[in-house]
Design a protein around this ligand. Structure first.
Ligand code: SF4
Length: 711
């Protein structure tokens, strides 16, 4: 028998064709009839059955006994226990004493996504955290600043562009991020086949470079100078041509002034890309009709994360490469989460108690979580709810967070694994998951490189009595809401994820209820259920000014924060950079195709093979420090030290090292063992929670100074 569904393990939304016998998966292939992914899948999707069948996957609520061992309890008993303990903390210490953290898989899960808003309102705590602030927060912040909504994220129109500059991103491995698109490699090859060009600017010669025409090393954390020099060239050469957006722009003259000091020569001295190359790239990019700059993790998780994202937007915009075919474009998703017609302030409405970091979209930066638990005083976090996250391995200074979690009065984790974070819980609530749930991508259809809709039905039934995560969320909300005075609506009581999805489809831009014309042919859940390969809704279209939600319906090219920040960079242009000592390096991260952030290292088929948790060192530096391949070295930072084998490679820029994130499993109390898995070490034992993008508070993993010792 064949089952078709979308893979929700990452952002790419690939179609899967699963052969099964009603109980067991026999094979997993790419669905060639899926109009979006057209048969592409990666090794993770091909091994989805290993996650589903993982013998260590939890299926019943686990409560920790006083001696630290676990006992299985019933579902209603577990919900009552969680609510009683959480409400007791709230009664004694106030609403902010309960924190909430949700990890990256939350946004890939339409069940829980349907209720995270209600859960936040029922908790009414200022201490909400998520993986956003160690990832894409600067993108969302700039989308809000320039276009009025955090989800107005412009996506590279990769299928139609002729010139693509990729900065701080490795889409051949990530399969696109904030650019949902299966099969990046063939898409980059297609750009070149139509005589286009692909450029990679990165401190590491990444896997994506193999599909590019050229690669340039850039010093970590200095992308802002490269981008300012591109902007300088755009103004200096009269390449400003924003097309249909011209009437919407304001502050162009101010922006021109800000860019003036950043000549290619001045930028080259800071970033390491030669001035002649900056000039040539600027000319080629600005004079190609269909061109786009795409920046991702390496650019957002650095000290200039917001500035970089702002500059990419304004350069794409001024050169006529925003909201234009082949440039950066906005989607028209079938379920449009941008419901509000009015601009809403979603930044800086409150600040973290200890360090005063700003709130964004109702969340505080995750870099503040440990100190909010460890620092005594009014408003201290004393209990936590987590969903599908492992911040001990994924957030900066994870060791400190581990110490903090151990001190909580109570912790409940909605998760299917006993990992480095959930092992600190008093209670684990493991929902039905993977092939047992139906699915629709609420978020990633907003970020797709074409417009599509696909609904996946559950393949297998969950174990008898097992709850779905949305049922867990609803049950908790019902018991937490009365304490905070959050009134549950009739809609809440009537709703299920499928009902909410159907409503979103019916009233969405292609829905049956969107116009008389579509009454008989428009989208509904029933229609999607009858179309298991998914429905293609057309290429990306121009969306501005229609979707613009800024208060004055204009796009400001110079947001308030930019003037001071850029002035500071200009003032420092002539300052000498002190030479690092011979053991000092700049640290960057790395991602692997066969794992996903801090998980999937326990799937045997994905974990096998050579050790991937290595520190990559350039051949030049290895020769200088007499580091040999495979030699264990110590990497030292303000927050800690790790021992890790060296991988000597010509892929690294001299002076820069790379360590992948998400490793460091097999700590005491976890249950993730498989024979082949390499536990590795956690790079976040040495990353620093004090290093942030100052505008948003996003973690600045990239470009941190560390030392290497060979002793
Ligand atoms: S690229 Fe992402 S969505 Fe596609 S198969 Fe791999 S994990 Fe699944």
């Amino acid at each position: 028998m064949l089952h078709h569904r979308v893979c929700n393990l990452c952002e790419a939304m690939c179609g899967l064709e699963i052969e099964h016998d009603g109980n067991k998966v026999l094979s997993v292939k790419g669905d060639t009839k899926d109009p979006f992914s057209r048969g592409f899948i990666c090794p993770k999707g091909a091994r989805i059955a290993e996650l589903h069948e993982d013998p260590n996957r939890l299926k019943k609520p686990l409560r920790k006994r006083e001696d630290g061992s676990w006992e299985t309890i019933g579902w209603q008993q577990a919900i009552d226990y969680a609510s009683e303990r959480l409400n007791a903390v709230r009664k004694t210490h106030g609403l902010d004493a309960v924190g909430f953290y949700f990890g990256n898989p939350t946004v890939h899960n339409y069940g829980i996504m349907s209720y995270t808003g209600d859960l936040r309102r029922a908790l009414k705590s200022k201490n909400v955290f998520s993986a956003t602030s160690m990832d894409q927060l600067p993108h969302q912040f700039m989308a809000h600043q320039m276009f009025g909504h955090t989800l107005h994220l412009a996506v590279p129109d990769i299928d139609r562009t002729d010139y693509m500059i990729i900065m701080g991103a490795n889409p051949s491995v990530s399969n696109g991020s904030l650019m949902s698109t299966g099969g990046v490699k063939p898409k980059l090859a297609a750009i070149r086949a139509r005589n286009g060009r692909v450029l990679v600017i990165d401190p590491r010669r990444t896997e994506t470079t193999k599909q590019a025409d050229e690669h340039h090393f850039i010093l970590p954390g200095t992308d802002v100078y490269f981008l300012l020099a591109l902007l300088h060239e755009v103004f200096a050469n009269g390449w400003v041509k924003p097309g249909h957006l011209a009437g919407l722009l304001k502050n162009e003259a101010e922006l021109r002034e800000l860019a003036k000091p950043f000549t290619p020569e001045a930028a080259a001295a800071k970033c390491g890309v030669p001035a002649t190359e900056i000039r040539r790239i600027a000319r080629e990019y600005a004079t190609t009709d269909r061109a786009v700059i795409y920046g991702r993790m390496g650019l957002s998780t650095q000290a200039h994360g917001t500035l970089c994202n702002w500059l990419i937007l304004v350069i794409n915009l001024l050169t006529g490469h925003l909201d234009q075919e082949g440039g950066a474009m906005f989607t028209t998703p079938a379920v449009d989460l941008v419901r509000r017609k009015k601009f809403k302030q979603t930044y800086g409405r409150w600040h973290s108690r200890v360090r005063g970091l700003p709130e964004s979209e109702g969340e505080l930066p995750v870099a503040a979580l440990a100190e909010e638990i460890l620092t005594p005083g009014e408003g201290q976090v004393r209990a936590m709810i987590t969903h599908a996250g492992n911040p001990v391995l994924s957030s900066p200074n994870g060791k400190q967070l581990e110490e903090a979690f151990a001190k909580l009065d109570f912790m409940v984790c909605i998760d299917v694994f006993l990992n480095e974070t959930t092992s600190h819980a008093d209670l684990i609530l493991p929902p039905a998951a993977f092939l047992e749930v139906d699915h629709y991508d609420f978020v990633f259809n907003h970020l797709a490189t074409s417009n599509n809709a696909k609904f996946s039905q559950a393949l297998f039934k969950p174990e008898a009595g097992q709850w779905y995560d949305w049922q867990i969320a609803k049950a908790l909300i019902e018991q937490l809401a009365p304490f905070s005075g959050y009134k549950l609506s009739r809609m809440f009581r009537w709703s299920t994820p499928a009902r909410l999805l159907n409503l979103g489809l019916l009233t969405g831009p292609y829905g049956k209820w969107s116009s008389i014309k579509r009454l008989f042919s428009g989208l509904s859940l029933r229609k999607l259920k009858n179309t298991p390969h998914g429905i293609h809704l057309g290429p990306l279209q121009r969306r501005l000014p229609e979707i613009l939600m800024t208060p004055d319906r204009k796009i400001s090219l110079v947001p308030d924060f930019a003037v001071g920040e850029v002035q500071q960079l200009a003032d420092g242009l002539t300052a000498d950079v002190p030479a690092p000592d011979e053991h000092e390096f700049l640290l960057v991260g790395r991602r692997h195709l066969r794992s996903n952030n801090s998980w999937m290292h326990n799937a045997p088929g994905l974990a096998k093979g050579k050790d991937r948790c290595t520190v990559q060192v350039s051949e030049v530096d290895a020769a200088r420090l007499t580091i040999t391949p495979g030699q264990e070295v110590t990497v030292i930072s303000r927050t800690g030290t790790i021992r890790i084998p060296a991988e000597v490679t010509d892929e690294m820029m001299p002076g820069v090292i790379s360590i992948p994130h998400g490793f460091g499993h097999h700590r005491k109390g976890t249950r993730l063992e498989v024979a082949e898995a390499s536990p590795g070490v956690s790079v976040n034992d040495i990353t620093d929670e004090k290093l942030l993008d100052p505008i948003t508070g996003n973690a600045a993993f990239s470009g941190q100074r560390v030392r290497i010792s060979t002793e």
